[in-house]
Design a protein around this ligand. Structure first.
Ligand code: NAP
Length: 295
């Protein structure tokens, strides 16, 4: 079957251009540049890479960004004081705290301290609650990116059976809420599956739309997918590969080569959901700057 490759790189680029245009018109109208602050604690290499990428994305679209760095020995009080300072700084629209945090810092306390109006990661319980109520909110980056891909590729979701594999707070669970909401995309009949689900294959084979976020490389094989389904692969894994210049290759949670021919549309890894996750943070920061969620 000929399938559509859902191109996250291309779509993320389009979104960035749209946001850059919007920033230019805000400035032309005498407004101020959207401003994202990011907090990074410690020297974890992956966290540093992620934060640097977010800062670079900001520069690309014309946002102001502030990176606040702390050593791994920062106290919880110091961190919370900085959050409070940024909460009260009218020049800053959005604040993210890169996770994970060191064990001596209570991540729940930090998440709760960020003002919901500035919580562009969408992790604050108020914003998660607003998502559940189908109110305007900051949708967390990965589910937001997936919804944007479905919308822009005009994938029909209403009345479809959507199966989500994985129920994490940052991906699977919000994904299931969004697909079931009364909205567009949405209005799907949703089955949320997890590690205790029995007969998973019988369920995934009934999916018109299969969203995979369980964190196991190439877990979903062709026999688990219905002919003509749409498959969204959220998983991302670095696999050592001496034949590559980088020394690794990236795999998703879906065995792409055998699954893709059975689908009508599928996201690749890399170049699918990953770049959309980055673009979604910019979308939320723009919403914050324009006061579109909290008016
Ligand atoms: P997570 O917190 O580890 O959650 C995994 C979920 O999958 C859990 O709900 C778990 O069930 C479920 N699960 C595990 N094994 C299963 C099985 N055999 N059958 C059915 N369900 C199973 O992972 P996550 O943070 O959601 O991330 C999932 C994947 O997406 C990872 O590969 C991660 O790297 C990737 N990711 C990518 C992006 C991106 O930007 N592309 C962003 C975030 C995450 P239980 O709840 O029962 O344990």
């Amino acid at each position: 079957m000929a399938y559509t490759l859902i191109d996250g790189n291309k779509t993320a680029k389009e979104i960035k251009l749209e946001i850059a245009d919007k920033v230019a018109s805000i400035i032309a109208d005498g407004g101020k540049r959207p401003h994202l602050a990011a907090m990074l604690v410690g020297e974890d290499g992956a966290s540093r890479t992620y934060v640097n990428a977010k800062v670079k994305d900001c520069e690309e679209v014309g946002f102001t960004s502030t990176l606040v760095r702390f050593g791994a020995d920062v106290t919880e009080e110091e961190l919370l004081a900085k959050v409070e300072e940024i909460n009260n700084d009218p020049a800053i629209d959005g604040l993210i705290v890169q996770l994970p945090l060191p064990n001596h810092i209570d991540v729940v306390k930090v998440t709760n301290r960020i003002r919901p109006e500035k919580d562009v990661d969408g992790f604050h319980p108020v914003n998660v609650g607003r998502l559940a109520l189908n109110w305007p909110t900051y949708i967390s980056a990965t589910p937001n990116g997936v919804m944007e891909l479905l919308a822009r590729y005009q994938i029909e979701t209403a009345g479809k059976h959507c199966v989500v594999i994985g129920r994490s707070h940052i991906v699977g669970s919000p994904m299931s809420i969004l697909m079931a909401r009364n909205g567009q995309p949405g209005n799907a009949t949703v089955t949320l599956t997890h590690s205790r689900t029995q007969n998973l294959k019988d369920i995934t084979r009934m999916a018109d739309i299969l969203i995979v976020a369980l964190g196991k490389p190439e877990f979903v094989t062709a026999d688990m997918v219905k002919e003509g389904a749409v498959v969204i692969d959220v998983g991302i894994h670095r696999i050592d590969d001496a034949s590559k210049k980088s020394g690794f290759r990236l795999l998703g949670d879906v065995k792409f080569d055998e699954v893709a021919p059975k689908t009508t549309a599928i996201t690749p890894v890399p170049g699918g959901v990953g770049p959309m996750t980055r673009a979604a943070l910019l979308m939320n920061t723009l919403l914050a700057a324009e006061k579109k969620v909290y008016k």
